[in-house]
Design a protein around this ligand. Structure first.
Ligand code: SAH
Length: 468
């Protein structure tokens, strides 16, 4: 081991920063976060650095570095672009036995800054010993996405209850088991999902020995429109800890594969007009599984609160007193629009956007057509493939111009994405000429024309367009 990782308390102690540019600023910010008292020596100083020094009550000496500047400091940082100065600072610090860091010159350093993952009070430091800082940063990026943002709050909880737990269990081993259960179980999950008070309540009960039977929980999670990369960190974390997964047809197999391997999987439908499991049975199943103490993942395409019946499912849970949390997902409108190069709003074309269900009960449909014809709004129809001819016809009949641009996006964000563009008049014919696969989304409005300039995602399938 070339460098020993240690964590340095700088609270209220003076740290010398030599240099006044961008890099000095970055180091100064970090040092300031760690509570250091800044002393900056540099002939020219970045305005933001000056501001930081003033705000934090530090000392600024606008001149060149001179021998003796290191005195009284507990850490020395040289961040100048003049090599001879960096060498001089390094030598003097070493002579005084003070830890010194020279930015980008490992040979002149006795200490180096790691890449930091800050989940205070939990801090993770990654270092390549100065050999490959970019690699250390990549590792950091991986850890950032893997460790939930609220993880540090678990330490906060531990701090608050530490002495109580110590009093309750004399035995170190018993304490360890207790805390493992807290961090990895329901209580930890409450902290991570922003329910700190409930977490404390449960912890108190656990301490009092009121360990009720294991209680299940339901995670209502949006899986996004198809591309697994569009999952949220939280969705992925819950997918990997659930005991059982209830999913429907819109959830892409690649996403399902990312769930915990040994989780039970239950398919609950649904194709258009073919509900494999009726909604009330799904609601009941969620309740029953949670009652058995299972962590139940209800995985839904897109966002669970947009045409996803997520509301209905958790209403039942709430009524039955079952714990749940909801994780939003990228809804089809956002995902498909982004991957098709069609901004849903644009200052020149659309000041509002409406999400509409195009699932028509019969040929006479009762959408508020009059409201949908105003200019300056983008319309997004979910579940509109079957109704496409009627939707286009009704919009024209109620006054939207026949040459209003319109697009149909098939299997958006996936390798099978295909985009058909035309107008309200031409789109239905264009789509009728091709074999189109669900799911599809319809976008109507001037913004569709932007695709000509902004299309970037190719998918695996050709796009089709009919000129206006
Ligand atoms: N909760 C989902 C919508 C469920 S309704 C969400 O927020 O996205 C199902 C409809 O969503 C489909 O009929 C289709 O119109 C749309 N949809 C979902 N994923 C899609 C995709 N990848 N490409 C195109 N449309 C999609």
């Amino acid at each position: 081991m070339e460098f020993l990782p240690l964590f340095h308390s700088l609270d209220g102690r003076q740290v010398l920063v030599v240099g006044g540019g961008d890099i000095a600023l970055r180091k100064a910010r970090l040092l300031n976060e760690a509570g250091a008292c800044l002393k900056v020596v540099a002939p020219h100083v970045h305005p933001s650095l000056r501001e930081l020094i003033e705000k934090s009550g530090g000392r600024l000496e606008e001149r060149k570095y001179t021998a003796g500047d290191c005195a009284g400091c507990v850490l020395i940082v040289a961040a100048t672009d003049i090599e001879s100065v960096n060498i001089q600072v390094s030598q003097e610090a070493k002579m005084l036995g003070l830890p010194v860091n020279v930015v980008d010159s490992p040979a002149l350093c006795t200490v180096i800054f790691p890449a930091i993952i800050d989940r205070s009070p939990l801090i993770i430091a990654v270092s390549s010993g100065g050999d490959a800082p970019v690699l250390a940063r990549l590792v950091r990026a991986k850890l950032e996405s893997w460790i939930p943002a609220a993880y540090g709050q678990l330490a906060g909880l531990a701090k608050k209850f530490r002495s109580q737990v110590k009093r309750r269990f004399d035995d170190v081993q018993a304490r360890r088991v207790f805390w493992e259960e807290v961090f990895q179980g329901e209580i930890g999950e409450k902290v991570l999902s922003g329910q700190a008070l409930q977490a404390e309540h449960l912890l108190t009960k656990k301490l009092e020995g009121e360990v009720s039977a294991v209680r299940g929980e339901v995670y209502l999670v949006g899986a996004g429109p198809g591309d697994p990369d569009l999952l949220t960190f939280r969705a992925l974390r819950l997918m990997q800890q659930a005991d059982v997964v209830l999913y429907d047809r819109l959830v892409a197999p690649a996403i399902l594969d990312m769930c915990r391997r040994d989780a039970d999987r239950i398919y609950v439908g649904k194709k258009r007009s073919e509900h494999v499991v009726p909604q009330d049975q799904i609601n009941q199943l969620l309740v029953d599984l949670a009652r058995q103490g299972k962590r139940v993942l209800r995985l839904k395409g897109g966002d669970p609160f947009i045409f996803g019946r997520g509301g209905e499912e958790i209403e039942e849970l709430a009524a039955q007193g079952i714990a749940f949390q909801v994780v939003p997902g990228i809804t089809a409108a956002s995902g498909c629009a982004a991957y098709a190069g069609i901004p849903l709003t644009h200052r020149d074309y659309a000041q509002s956007v409406r999400f509409i269900t195009g699932h028509l009960k019969d040929d006479t449909c009762d959408l508020p057509w009059q409201d949908l014809t105003a200019l300056g709004q983008t319309l997004v129809f979910y579940m509109g493939l079957v109704g496409l001819p009627i939707i286009c016809e009704q919009l024209i009949r109620h006054g939207r111009a026949a040459d209003t641009p319109a697009a149909l996006i098939q299997q958006g964000t996936t390798a099978q994405q295909r985009v058909f563009t035309g107008t309200l008049k031409t789109l239905p014919q264009l789509v009728a000429l091709h074999e189109v696969h669900a799911p599809t989304l319809i976008v109507v409005g001037e913004v569709v024309t932007l695709r000509e300039k902004l299309a970037w995602f190719e998918g695996g399938q050709p796009a089709f367009n009919l000129d206006r």
